[in-house]
Ligand binder design. Structure first.
Ligand code: ARG
Length: 562
């Protein structure tokens, strides 16, 4: 049932001055349940009618048919509606129990395909916390979009091409050894790379050599290619281990190198449309009318660039997926790059450039400091996950020493905690990473939400996992009210998260629901034999279903016991 509409229907006869759409748009959620369940503010009306808002609220209440509500009262300038709790509860609990994990599914996307460019780490470097953000935000957006009937395509646009490979080959030839790389590829390749950047300050000739090696690579030189392939496959193996731990799968690993033979066409189109200009020996597209710097398409030595590969990738994705939207989950430091990308595509005459969306996010810092591969100040993700799981283990040992499958649960809790922490922060906010905070069982953490879910499951087990009928669960207990209302808000919450490309909307919702449920549980004896026992159990079951589904949308597991 649509409660907002019900309120609007009741208001309409009393407000002939307003259109239905206006009424609907004004109805809001009061701050506390004491002020009712939905409220209508009369300020705008007061302006039109030149009357005090309080008076209008009083008049409106007089004119309203209250049959469908517990009561309707004027409170200051507001008309406040109180729902019939028993009916509302029966309605919402029936919806959740009948639909189970499908509660909140919606047919909004018409199966339209949505490529999501996500994770996209760079070969020969460890996956950074920044790439973790891209990975988990992208994965969650994919889950959210799937729930409302889009078809996401998760693409890992590996950084497997570019001048850095010239640097890496140079460094490897100076200091590297095959044995070392084989023993610990990522760390040793990183070591060479970091050393390159320390030493090229005093030895600029190293940079020339690096440029030569990259040029050779682009020209298909055998030695360069063999080294590149080897670095790539070793790195990919290491990345895949991490994706496995996060339980995240990709539909494509087509990285930058895949577009090597697809850039000529882009350059041709640009040339045929007279968009390429020479500037200091390089080929650029002028973007001054977009208030952007020129896009550098080809360097003076003919080497192609990051954006050239992205242009080819954008066109390839349109042709391959005929997408309705194309998303790029990439840090906000690349905002200009994506503006340029869209602008060049628009100049090329591709109207679908409008469907390209950069989904930026803020930095993760450590003790307030920026992390960077070049400086060697990195947090290694594998290590973070190990530490998180170890911390989860400790806490489970204290709280529930006899728990079966402790390892599996500690994995779900530790890794889930890291993922949840990342997603509960609004995308654009930067945040500091502190593992102890992240894995706490209290506070606004993943384990806290998981724990609420496990508690709900444990109550149901104690009750003998009853087979609850789908409907008829009239729950009049006021203590249950906040929880019931939150349950009813889940479908709209999913849509909002998807409209804003913002998984934090779901994470915050999950925290609210867990809090409301814990409060209810703290104040109410659930397992007592009375008329409302089944209704209370239906509420517990519904909370379990919705918390688990909210966590799933975030890519976090919900163990039944912990
Ligand atoms: N590899 C890049 C980096 O680590 C991110 C790539 C993002 N995707 C893209 N299509 N440009 O900064």
């Amino acid at each position: 049932m649509d409660y907002k509409q019900q309120v609007a229907d009741a208001l309409a006869p009393a407000l002939p001055e307003l259109e239905m759409a206006d009424i609907l748009a004004k109805i809001e959620q009061p701050k506390t349940s004491k002020q009712g369940d939905l409220a209508f503010p009369t300020f705008t009306l007061a302006k039109i009618m030149h009357k005090a808002p309080q008076m209008i609220a009083g008049d409106v209440v007089e004119k309203i048919d209250q049959t469908n509500f517990e009561k309707v009262v004027a409170m200051g300038p507001y008309v406040n509606f109180f729902f019939k709790k028993a009916d509302f509860s029966a309605d919402i609990l029936a919806q959740v129990i009948t639909n189970d994990a499908h509660f909140g599914d919606a047919k909004l996307g018409n199966a339209g395909q949505v490529p999501i460019d996500m994770s996209s780490p760079n070969i020969a470097k460890p996956i950074s916390m920044g790439h973790l953000r891209s990975t988990v935000i992208g994965n969650s957006l994919a889950n959210i979009l799937t729930k409302i009937d889009y078809k996401p395509v998760k693409i890992n646009h590996l950084g497997d091409w570019g001048t850095q490979f010239g640097k890496l080959i140079t460094a490897y030839k100076m200091w590297g050894s095959e044995a070392e790389v084989k023993a610990d590829p990522i760390n040793n390749l990183l070591k060479y790379y970091v050393r390159f950047h320390k030493e090229d300050v005093d030895h600029p000739e190293m940079d020339d050599e690096a440029r030569d090696w990259f040029k050779k690579l682009e020209d298909g030189d055998e030695e360069a290619l063999a080294l590149w392939k080897w670095f790539r496959s070793e790195s990919l193996k290491a990345f895949k281990k991490i994706y496995k731990r996060l339980d995240i799968e990709f539909d494509s690993f087509k990285g930058e190198a895949f577009y090597n033979d697809k850039m000529a066409e882009i350059v041709d189109i640009l040339e045929s449309k007279n968009l390429l200009h020479e500037s200091q020996g390089a080929e650029v597209v002028d973007l001054s009318k977009y208030d952007l710097n020129p896009a550098l398409i080809k360097k003076s030595d003919g080497a192609t660039l990051y954006i050239t590969r992205d242009l080819a990738a954008a066109v390839y994705r349109k042709r391959t997926y005929d997408f309705v939207q194309s998303l790029y989950v990439v840090g906000n430091e690349q905002t200009n790059h994506f503006k340029q990308l869209k602008a060049v595509l628009t100049e090329m005459g591709f109207d679908w450039a409008d469907e390209i969306h950069h989904i930026p996010f803020g930095l993760i810092t450590s003790n307030g400091k920026k992390l960077s591969t070049r400086s060697g100040r990195v947090i290694l993700l594998d290590k973070v996950l190990d530490d998180a799981v170890a911390l989860a283990h400790q806490q489970i040992d204290q709280k529930n020493p006899d728990l079966a499958n402790k390892d599996t649960v500690a994995d779900a809790v530790g890794i889930g905690a890291v993922v949840f922490h990342d997603l509960k922060n609004e995308r654009m906010n930067s945040f500091d990473f502190n593992l102890e905070e992240v894995v706490r069982f209290e506070g606004e953490t993943g384990p806290y939400v998981q724990y609420a879910h496990a508690r709900a499951e444990s109550i149901l087990r104690k009750a003998g996992n009853p087979d609850l009928a789908a409907d008829g669960h009239q729950l009049s207990d006021p203590a249950a009210w906040d929880t019931l209302k939150l349950l009813s808000e889940f479908p709209a919450t999913i849509v909002r998260a998807s409209d804003e490309y913002e998984p934090s909307v779901i994470a915050k919702y999950a925290i609210h629901l867990a809090k409301a449920f814990n409060k209810y549980y703290g104040n109410t004896k659930i397992l007592v034999e009375d008329d409302e026992l089944n209704a209370r159990l239906a509420l517990v079951k519904s909370v379990s279903i919705v918390l688990k589904e909210a966590l799933r949308l975030l890519g976090v597991k919900a163990p039944d016991e912990m």
